[in-house]
Design a protein around this ligand. Structure first.
Ligand SMILES: NC(=O)c1ccc[n+]([C@@H]2O[C@H](COP(=O)([O-])OP(=O)(O)OC[C@H]3O[C@@H](n4cnc5c(N)ncnc54)[C@H](OP(=O)(O)O)[C@@H]3O)[C@@H](O)[C@H]2O)c1
Length: 235
């Protein structure tokens, strides 16, 4: 059994993945940037709570200290993410996207993921079977975005897909640098959560499937890959 930290696990896909991993017998930390929401979620799940805002150095360092003192970490699930819609809950397209908007999205989805990974690497290196799961998106795929017959082609936003493409690149580079770890990017599929105003067509149970599977990947399993529940995806 492993000790797993899931960032942004107070709701949505992270919460559901935490629920499944607790049910499978793992020790799970619910990372949440809000103490009240995080504590409540952890209590409901029978999980541990750790305060963790992925955009804040001090918060991430304090979280790493807490988890280290409590016994260490085997599995890191970088799940916290934002889409950052514009006025009227609309996706910010190419005509309206600004550098500030890009920075906001990258701050959480990319720099946050790197900040957390960097802080927890020393703990993961001490694990017998370290695993990192980076929650990416189908919109990260340049193959899908540029294929007029793929549903992803019709998503007009700029910052969110670009941030997840960056997550995929970061995943590949970490995986090569740490061959003893299993480090993969996953695409949950279009899932009804607050991120998309609950417009997603899948349930969180369906969406969390690949996150849960990759969090429990065997030491001889894949690394440096990009997967959904059906298998490998085109970059
Ligand atoms: N839903 C989909 O269709 C879909 C598809 C592909 C990929 N994804 C990815 O799946 C992941 C989970 O998203 P979701 O759909 O479950 O959305 P969600 O319900 O909105 O959950 C997002 C989680 O991230 C947390 N978060 C946001 N900024 C944070 C920060 N600075 N520090 C710590 N936590 C932060 C949120 O916390 P608060 O409650 O405090 O806001 C929340 O717990 C994201 O990476 C998303 O990009 C989702």
């Amino acid at each position: 059994m492993t000790t797993t930290l899931i960032t942004g696990a107070n709701k949505g896909l992270g919460f559901e993945a935490a629920r499944r991993l607790v049910a499978a017998g793992h020790t799970v930390y619910v990372g949440s940037r809000d103490a009240e929401r995080g504590r409540r979620a952890a209590e409901r799940l029978g999980a541990r709570f750790v305060l963790l805002d992925v955009t804040d150095d001090a918060s991430v360092e304090a979280a790493a200290k807490t988890v280290e003192t409590d016994g260490g970490l085997d599995v890191l699930v970088n799940n916290a993410g934002i889409e950052a819609r514009g006025e009227g809950n609309t996706v910010v397209g190419a005509a309206d996207v600004t550098a500030d908007h890009m920075r906001t999205v990258f701050d959480t989805n990319v720099f946050g993921l790197v900040r957390v990974t960097h802080a927890f690497l020393p703990l993961l290196e001490r694990s017998a079977a370290p695993v990192v799961v980076n929650v990416s998106s189908g919109l990260a795929s340049l193959t899908a975005l540029s294929d007029a017959s793929h549903p992803a082609h019709f998503y007009p936003g700029v910052a969110y897909p670009a941030s997840k493409t960056a997550v995929n690149a970061v995943t590949v580079q970490y995986a090569k640098a740490f061959p003893g770890m299993r480090i993969n990017a996953v695409e949950p599929g279009y899932t009804a959560t607050d991120l998309n105003g609950n417009t997603g067509t899948q349930t969180v149970e369906e969406g969390a499937e690949i996150i849960v599977r990759m969090a429990q990947v065997a030491p001889d399993g894949p690394t440096g890959g990009y997967f959904d529940a059906e298998g490998p995806l085109a970059w």
